[in-house]
Ligand binder design. Structure first.
Ligand code: ARG
Length: 566
């Protein structure tokens, strides 16, 4: 519908002034006050282009649209202080939007068709635990992947595992000295963490251990069989643990190609950098100087010639561009890696690759749990798995209390608990820190997943009782203001999805799902639905059906499932 309005305005401008307003769509506003119309065009940009007052332009366009209005869509047009306000016929609008909503692909678009996005997210470090920070990148990256897929992009979900680096040399030394096969098999990552920490303590006393570790890492870089088989084993063990978290979250990746894959691509990078006269030797290491850009240098190879996080990332970007020819490559990590990505992107730009502009680092704030308790494990590391399990068990308690007769308690608790954690992470701007308080996260009232899920379950329950499943109903009875407001809210959904993608902010969708739910609950409390007169009842049920569809679709873009009953 917005597109139709845009077309009419564009034709009007062309007819009267013989010019075209570039990107007309961007200028069209949706007034929050219903009295100012359904769509509004501020005429100030046109005023500058035409050197004419916005007030006069609005009036001229208004007269033109009125004279040429042979469409039942527009019920009125007004010119107010330089704004052209367009009123859409309510019934026309309602019919159109409801029909759109029941179209399978409502909210989708083809703006991404034929284009690829590489989404680099989650990317935990092998042999280290999957903590709340990694949980955040996982949830954010998953949501982006869903949002961009909805917009028609092909998304390549990449788990850029931290599976290479000197730490593996340390681990091999520590394993040989203070652990054994059985201990690792029994305790998994916990054992790897334990020996890694022990290595730190021991190396303080005997620094020669560091040389041993460097030697083992050098062996790895040179393809030594023993070193690589221990490394692969540690990797397999770690992945089993990470997979548990991914399964709980229902998250999959297209690629688990991590840092190790790029190790042998660094020599080619080094020669390219040399050819392009970008490489400088500094104390035996190879660097790219970024002084000019106010950044510390980007390290490419260390003294012993081995690759490093930065060079592996540059090699990865080159490889991805070549393999996927991405339109955008998006990296989701904590704020602390801002400099790292600035250096990497700058290096790629200096190499002469214009597509350096298509690389985006999306940083996010810290997660803290001050004063909150988790029931398992000790220490100050917050494990993602523990948080998810705790959320599920708390959700289960809430269900026992509120609805002890519910059929599928365990699965419902999973959806509620995990959904609550996801929503809590995604409902604020990414850059903001997240403070974790169970009472907030699992609150059934407020801007939370359980509140929205409850609203969804409520709508489903109405639908079950209504025994109407066709949507082919006369909607002329949906004339009250709240119903109309709800339909207008539903109409915003496609723009909300696009906005979240363009601004890299899933919270735009989270907040939308919340306000839609709020409005629905207002409708539910103020309008009779099942007990209304026949025609009104039918049309309201169709509206309920449309709302539940958009609630669950918007939540799914965040990676959250809505239970049918709760
Ligand atoms: N493994 C890194 C970490 O845990 C994140 C990797 C992000 N992706 C990348 N291409 N550097 O901090």
């Amino acid at each position: 519908m917005k597109q139709k309005v845009v077309n009419l305005i564009e034709i009007g401008i062309q007819d009267i002034y013989g010019i075209s307003l570039p990107d007309t769509e961007c200028y069209i506003e949706i007034p929050s006050n219903i009295e100012l119309g359904d769509f509004s065009l501020p005429c100030f940009t046109l005023a500058k282009m035409l050197k004419k007052s916005p007030k006069i332009i609005a009036e001229e366009l208004c007269t033109h649209l009125k004279d040429n209005n042979n469409d039942s869509m527009i019920s009125d047009v007004k010119a107010v202080n330089g704004y052209l306000n367009i009123f859409i016929d309510r019934i026309y609008f309602i019919n159109q939007i409801i029909a759109d909503v029941f179209n399978v692909s409502y909210g989708s678009s083809d703006i991404g068709s034929g284009k690829t996005i590489c989404m680099d997210y989650s990317s935990p470090n092998i042999a280290k635990n999957f903590h709340v920070g990694h949980l955040r990148t996982t949830l954010i990256g998953n949501s982006f992947s869903k949002i961009y897929s909805k917009l028609g992009y092909k998304v390549v979900r990449i788990n850029h595992l931290g599976d290479w680096g000197t730490q593996f040399g340390k681990l091999i030394v520590a394993y040989k000295k203070w652990s054994n096969k059985k201990m690792v098999e029994e305790n998994g990552i916990e054992e790897l963490l334990r020996i890694y920490i022990q290595f730190g303590h021991e190396a303080e006393k005997s620094p020669a251990l560091n040389d041993e570790a460097r030697d083992w890492f050098a062996k790895m870089e040179n393809g030594d069989e023993e070193a690589l088989s221990i490394w692969q084993w540690f990797k397999d063990i770690s992945l089993i643990e990470y997979e548990r978290v991914y399964t709980m979250l229902n998250i999959e990746f297209d690629s688990y190609v991590g840092e190790s894959f790029y190790m042998d691509k660094v020599p080619a990078l080094v020669s390219e950098l040399k050819d392009k006269k970008l490489l400088v030797e500094s104390q035996g290491a190879n660097i790219i100087s970024l002084d000019e850009y106010g950044m510390s240098p980007c390290l490419i190879t260390k003294k012993d010639g081995s690759s490093i996080y930065h060079s592996r990332d540059i090699a990865a970007a080159l490889y991805r561009k070549q393999t996927y020819n991405f339109e955008k490559c998006i990296y989701v990590t904590g704020m602390e890696q801002k400099l790292h990505f600035s250096q990497v992107f700058k290096a790629i730009e200096l190499m002469g690759y214009e597509w350096a502009n298509d690389l985006y680092h999306i940083p996010y704030g810290l997660v803290s749990m001050d004063g909150e308790k988790l029931s398992t494990r000790k220490g100050n590391i917050i494990y993602a798995e523990d948080i998810l399990n705790e959320a599920v068990s708390r959700a289960l308690n809430a269900i026992q209390e509120k609805n002890p007769d519910l059929k599928d308690k365990i699965n419902t608790a999973k959806k509620i608990g995990i959904g609550a954690v996801i929503f809590h992470d995604l409902s604020n701007q990414l850059i903001r820190d997240v403070h974790f308080k169970w009472d907030d996260v699992l609150n059934f009232d407020g801007m939370t997943a359980p509140y929205i899920q409850y609203t969804y379950a409520r709508s489903k329950s109405i639908l079950r009782k209504s025994h109407i499943d066709n949507t082919d109903v006369d909607l002329t009875y949906l004339t009250d203001d709240i119903s109309y407001e709800l339909v207008k809210k539903l109409a915003l959904y496609p723009d909300i999805v696009k906005d979240a993608a363009v601004k890299f902010e899933p919270c735009i969708i989270a907040r939308y799902a919340y306000t839609l739910s709020n409005l629905f609950n207002k409708f539910y409390h103020e309008c009779r639905i099942l007990s209304a007169d026949d025609q009104i009842r039918k049309s309201r049920i169709v509206l309920v059906n449309a709302v539940q569809k958009v609630i669950s679709d918007s939540m799914s873009l965040l990676g959250i499932e809505c239970p049918e009953e709760m």
